[in-house]
Design a protein around this ligand. Sequence first.
Ligand code: ATP
Ligand code: MG
Length: 605
Amino acid sequence: MSQVARLSQMLFVTLREDPAEAEIPSHKLLVRAGYIRRVGSGLYVYLPLMWRVLQKVSQIVREEMNAKRAQECLLTQLQPSELWKESGRWDTYTKAEGIMFALTDRQDRELGLGPTHEEVIAAIARDTIRSYRQLPLNLYQIQTKFRDEIRPRFGLMRGREFIMKDAYSFHADEDSLKQTYADMYDAYCNILSRCGLKFRAVDADSGAIGGAGSQEFMVLADAGEDEVLYTEDGQYAANVEKAVSLPAEAKPSPFQTFEKRETPGTTTIASMCEYLGCDPTNSVKNVLYRAVYDTGTTVLVSVSIRGDRDVNEVKLQNELVRLGGQFGSAILVLDVPDESIQQQWAAQPLPLGYMDPALPDDYIRKLDGLEPKFFRLADRTVADLKNFVTGSNEVDYHVVGANWGEQFQLPELVDIQTAVAGDRSVRDPSQTLQTARGIEIGHIFQLGTKYSEAMGASFTNEQGKTVPLVMGCYGVGVSRLAQAAVEQSFDDKGIIWPVAIAPYHCVVVVPNIKDDSQMAAAEAIASELAELGIETLLDDRNERAGVKFKDAELIGIPFRITTGRSLKDGKMELNERATGETREVAVEGAARAVAERVQSALASK
Ligand code: ATP
Ligand code: MG
């Protein structure tokens, strides 16, 4: 039996006005309805109503993880820097990305505030897992994470302190990892369905965490910070950071012979095409990047890509790590250097806007820590171009009618273009990619042996050999999920919580607390509801009825019972927040009617 919560005795403050700090509906509503309060940039207090929602989400997560035989534990939030140095991520996380809060204790020891826990768990596995007989294992925790986000925003969506469920699995081989990965996929689908969310699983970039396959669970909403590209037939969906596509075919080139043409003031593809009367797909655009590796080496990267396409910097960074192993194992900075940075290394003024795919290496000054040669890459979109236009390395001039293997050598080919809506799908070119906005709620990774190798977490396999543990990791943004639910479900009156994660199932509104019969009926129905296991809030505040109705709608409790005028006919009013449907029900049986509706909502996934 649950207890009846009395609003008159709770910390409960709603705001009439939208808070100035909030941009998106869910953030505005959670602040206005008294769920959260900001205390600093990216720092939010979860007030009692919010805490109930978060505990419900956590409980659903817990049940679904336990159902897959994962075990709950709690790791430390303070993490010794040594562990992160062993994995090689200390510099990336504290300096390059700078997302980890780092501090020094009074004994001069460096520590980080946990943004994620691969290192800690790998250290524990190293100490405790000896034999294949202990495998597979899947450990998880639900805990506050810290990340010094560069742009904290949208309330709980991107906080600097937030709640995450993170799980880490350990395996004897890849097959076992794939099995648990599939289980986690399943668990995540169940979690999101039970929380009442519309979502899509998409292929994702594995980022600085590393590893092979990964998928993200996106809650679809216009305010989402991520772009998802997908095909209508449901066969393909990916984060734009990862998405592959077949761009439109190039138009036939209007040029037949190679020559240099004067093209004054045409630093953009559009102006150049207009001047020369050609299409952007006839041109090769060359972009210069600066990559600073974790070893301190700076490499200048010349990227050639078809004129109508844009470079995907996430893909580029991955290729630079994959192909640039001689320079380092991680990239701390990747950018298109501005003029002041160029002056530090350019031996002569660069023909900006007019570079060709083979800018000579003598543009690079001899400097310590600066690779003396350009690292040249080309996106696949340029491979088949014939008689193309490109820069000439001379300001105000382009060359036309150029061909690979004649005027220019084709650089190493990679896929580094940004896929866009309207491109054809690689899997099935008859399908075109569509776009949608998504909020990333969960991310599952097949890590492989990256961390176990770096940290010496190994075990003895069935053949008696010592080999590194195979790992997976799986995260859910618990606090982000709760807000995403609001972003998917609200109206002009307020929040509409899915029943499974609403702070209370039912609110009993007493229009006039001075009316003894109203109060008595409200008390009675509230206890009856509580006895039936319905989490009930009794609005017994000394407020006008209108205020109470407005507040009940704003905070989004799924069912409302009002003990008003119709009491004299033995009736109460029952209102459903989601549909707005209001009807009179007999006092007798009213609680059971609510209980049935709550239970059926909880049962349906
Ligand atoms: P994002 O791309 O949004 O920055 P991420 O890829 O860094 O997230 P993970 O490291 O995969 O996130 O963390 C697992 C989950 O934690 C994410 O899927 C997301 O739901 C949640 N999460 C990550 N960062 C934040 C944050 N700053 N505030 C709230 N939730 C977050
Ligand atoms: Mg992610």
